[in-house]
Design a protein around this ligand. Structure first.
Ligand code: COA
Length: 155
């Protein structure tokens, strides 16, 4: 089950974040995503009460962006990231988004494979994107089936 992140999840997310990422987000970043960011969709993938993975994406009018996605080390290669990605794509398309983008470390082969398998294309390199080691990021974009309607959005 994929559901919205709540305050009760924050301690476990904080613990996992430090295991999954070399530049972990502080807990305050997730609090902002839950309570302050109007574009944010912080979510967890839960099974039998256990958080297996989590993700966050921003729906910004005609464009969506994956802010983060991660799966517990002992639950990898079991399709959980794919499940979250499918959920994100469906939500972005439901909201009329035409593109879905993300940044990924150039060394992060598992994630790059996941994105390429899902139709993301490398469109640029963001030089020295990551503060911890100065690593570059690939900017990857996936065209979506959404058809954004400015009038329906009240713009
Ligand atoms: C990247 C990550 C989210 C993938 O999660 P996962 O649940 O293991 O991925 P899935 O099982 O859904 O894999 C889906 C597809 O992605 C690709 N993939 C995933 N991990 C891979 C790996 N280690 N090597 C090669 N391909 C891989 C494969 O094509 C896979 O399909 P397959 O298993 O049928 O071959 C996970 O490795 C992770 O949490 N990494 C640390 C955090 C991170 O780097 N997040 C991404 C930041 S941009």
């Amino acid at each position: 089950m994929i559901r919205r992140m709540t305050a009760d999840d924050l301690a476990e997310i904080d613990r996992l974040e430090k295991i999954l990422f070399t530049s972990p987000w502080p807990q305050s970043a997730y609090e902002y995503e839950m309570n302050g960011n109007p574009f944010g969709n912080p979510s967890v993938l839960e099974e039998d009460g256990e958080i297996i993975g989590y993700c966050d994406w921003w729906i910004m009018y005609e464009h969506a962006e994956i802010a983060t996605i991660g799966v517990k080390p002992d639950k990898r290669r079991m399709g959980y990231a794919q499940m979250m990605l499918d959920h994100i794509v469906a939500d972005a398309e439901k909201n009329g988004c035409e593109t879905l983008s993300l940044e990924v470390r150039v060394s992060n082969d598992p994630a790059i494979r996941l994105y390429e398998k899902n139709g993301f294309i490398q469109v640029n390199i963001r030089k020295h994107y990551y503060d911890d080691n100065g690593e570059d990021a690939y900017l990857m974009v996936k065209p979506l089936g959404g058809n954004y309607d400015d009038d329906a959005a009240g713009n």
